[in-house]
Design a protein around this ligand. Structure first.
Ligand code: FNR
Length: 368
């Protein structure tokens, strides 16, 4: 029996299998006008296709909790009624094909206001539709302009913005909300000693660096119903201190275990374990499944459920990660862009039942 295709229950939510779609920005929303940030027909087709492809959970991309929290002007957002209505269409399509609809809520912080990556990833200045960015301090991400350091009052507003977007996500039909605390974006940049030397209650010591991220989690958990799970995506390491050749102070796997305990105590149900993104020049030993040991470390040390992500491309590799107890689920990114039907093929390869939509199932089983 396949572990990968065994359902998992978090709180009262049963997720039909453990192959999930990782959040991926598509840079395909309107950048201005009444439809700004609302999912389009592209998003509907893109996310529904992965549900029909058999993913147990489909996570919508990093979605800005406010306009300046988008990575680019073409990102999704969830701060108004129009966006909420458009998301409701997406969640019902995902559910129609048997997957759980999930959304990642985000603020891009000092890495915001950039161009579409296929146009070069550069900072987009205000005359071209960009904006002045914000961060824990005025220290820029190398290659981007200096952000404005957030005031404590603005941090309080941001906490409310995350809660408001979570409330809208629930109303739009999402069953899982994930707080984006990874990849050098705003929440992650508060956590890391490499980027947060604020001198107030939100920076400096380990406890202070966790304060804003944990306030966001508390606020989101408060509006998210008890019967539904909350996820947190983290960068388990900046790949600085982890690498003996790099003397810079960074966030480590051990820090992640400490964070995981705090998140667990606050009702987070799964840690989605990624890495990196804090500095552009970290040496990352990229190879198949290279981030999986961090998910395993958290799961072992805390008992918190984990998701493993990053260069997971083979059915047997994914099966082994879940069957060996390194993670409770795998999240696939690029492999699901290459092949939306990856989960159906993996189920067949592992001797489990593929979950074809009824419109396809009877036909694909026929040989002639
Ligand atoms: C990403 N990734 C990403 N991560 C995230 O937390 N929020 C996001 O919105 C995005 N956006 C995004 C867009 C695109 C086009 C790619 C390829 C990636 C990272 C992604 O979720 C995943 O963690 C990585 O791609 C590693 O997994 P794979 O692709 O090796 O399976």
């Amino acid at each position: 029996m396949s572990a990968l295709f065994t359902p998992v229950t978090l709180r009262s939510l049963e997720i039909p299998n453990r192959v999930w779609m990782s959040p991926m920005c598509m840079y395909s929303a309107a950048p201005e006008g009444p439809e700004t940030g609302a999912p389009t027909d592209f998003h509907l087709a893109h996310l529904a296709a992965r549900a029909a492809g058999g993913a147990g959970l489909v996570m919508a991309e990093a979605t800005g909790v406010r306009p300046d929290g988008r990575i680019s002007p073409w990102d999704l957002g969830l701060w108004n009624d129009r966006q909420q209505q458009a998301f409701a269409r997406v969640t019902s399509a995902i559910r129609e094909y048997g997957a759980v609809p999930a959304i990642q809520l985000a603020h891009a912080g000092r890495k915001a206001s950039t161009d579409k990556p296929w146009l070069g990833d550069r900072y987009l200045p205000e005359p071209e539709g960009g904006w002045r960015t914000v961060g824990p301090t005025a220290e820029p991400f190398p290659g981007l302009p200096a952000p404005r350091a957030l005031t404590a009052a603005e941090i309080g507003e941001l906490v409310r913005d995350f809660a408001d977007s979570a409330r809208r996500a629930l109303a739009a039909g999402f069953e899982v909300v994930e707080v984006h605390g990874a990849h050098g974006y705003l929440i992650n940049s508060f956590l890391s000693p490499a980027t947060n030397d604020r001198t107030d209650a939100y920076g400096g010591s380990f406890e202070n660096r966790l304060r804003f991220p944990l306030e966001v989690v508390d606020a989101v958990r408060e509006v998210w119903p008890d019967h539904l799970p909350v996820f947190f995506r983290t960068s388990a390491t900046d790949w600085l201190t982890e690498n003996p050749a790099d003397a810079r102070q960074g966030w480590t796997g051990d820090d992640t275990v400490r964070l995981a305990k705090e998140l667990q105590a606050r009702g987070v149900d799964l840690l989605d374990v990624s890495t990196g993104g804090m500095v552009p020049d970290a040496e990352i030993p990229v190879e198949p499944g290279y981030q999986v040991p961090f998910a395993a470390q958290v799961r072992d040390a805390t008992g918190l459920a984990t998701g493993a992500v990053g260069l997971i491309t083979e059915a047997r590799q994914a099966e082994q990660i879940v069957a060996s107890g390194q993670a409770d689920a795998v999240l696939l990114g690029r492999e699901l862009l290459r092949d939306p039907y990856w989960p159906q093929h993996a189920a067949t390869e592992l001797g489990a039942d593929p979950r074809w939509p009824e419109q396809y199932g009877y036909a694909v089983r026929r040989r002639r």
